[in-house]
Design a protein around this ligand. Structure first.
Ligand code: NAP
Length: 252
């Protein structure tokens, strides 16, 4: 087997959350191109079903489902019914900006229930199913450079992503003996619908560009490459890690 072959995912099944657009959609396409059967999920159905249809039109396997990562019981039943998933891309996430003095409990719970609680219990559901089947796997959670450092108006978001980093390491320890690898990806600012409103503020955009050492905002495909690496056997010795795709933001 060549190193190139190790990036292939033929015969593997991958579940991707937040796959309707942005990073999740790019990740789903990348995994599919590498040979995985992909299950695209999001809150809404229109974009995921169109994306799945486009993948099928190219002769590969793809389905789409509405899945709310805040609904633990429902997605656990979904995993039981549609698993096993050899790869989970725990990507669904939200961010709303507020100064730390203005974060309300409702706002905080909203961010945590999607970014942290949702991703934690989905990782648990997928891992439980894999352990029961004695099957290895790769769980990848979309963290952020804000899971490594702090950011203005991002206290709740940072809390949610730093927590992801913590449970990822703990899960990696406990799931390693089962052959299940657990990692995060920490992107810098990437051009998606999530970040588009932020960049309407020219001063903010300039401050972001001044911190990214490569001098530009990222693209979803640049994160998808990291997803493919962590999903595949190319990363077979990698677990409990945070893969920074941050253009050098956190190097300083
Ligand atoms: P995006 O374009 O806003 O897409 C977010 C996706 O998450 C959508 O598919 C959305 O589904 C889905 N989603 C939101 N709430 C959900 C829920 N409760 N249940 C299921 N799906 C839900 O965001 P993105 O920029 O691609 O970000 C993806 C991930 O990368 C997030 O975890 C984010 O924190 C992280 N990240 C992004 C950046 C960045 O600069 N873009 C940087 C670092 C980390 P619907 O379309 O159906 O609403």
């Amino acid at each position: 087997m060549t190193i190139h072959d190790k990036f292939r995912l033929d015969g593997k099944s991958a579940l991707i959350t937040g796959a309707s657009r942005g990073i999740g959609l790019a990740a789903a396409k990348a995994l599919s191109e590498a040979g995985a059967d992909v299950t695209l999920t999001a809150l809404s159905s229109e974009e995921t079903s169109a994306a799945a249809a486009a993948i099928r039109a190219e002769g590969r396997k793809a389905t789409s489902h509405v899945l709310d990562v805040r609904e633990v019981k429902e997605f656990s039943q979904f995993v039981e019914a549609h698993g096993p998933f050899d790869v989970l891309v725990n990507n669904a996430g939200i961010n709303r900006l507020a100064h730390c003095l203005d974060v309300s409990p409702v706002y905080f719970d909203d961010v945590m229930s999607t970014n942290t609680r949702g991703s934690f219990f989905l990782a648990q559901a997928v891992a439980k199913d894999l352990v029961a089947r004695q099957r290895p796997g790769s769980i990848i959670t979309m963290s952020s450079q804000m899971g490594v450092v702090g950011g203005v108006q991002r206290a709740a978001y940072c809390a949610s992503k730093h927590a992801v980093e913590g449970y990822t390491k703990a899960m990696a320890i406990e799931l390693g003996p089962h052959g299940i690898r657990v990692n995060t990806i920490c992107p810098t600012f990437v051009e998606t619908e999530l970040t588009r409103p932020f960049f309407e503020d020219a001063d903010f955009k300039a401050s972001v560009l001044s911190k990214i050492k490569l001098g530009r905002i990222g693209l979803p495909d640049e994160v998808a490459g990291a997803v493919l690496y962590l999903a595949s056997d190319a990363s077979s010795l990698v677990t409990g890690s945070a893969l920074k795709v941050d253009g050098g933001w956190t190097a300083e």
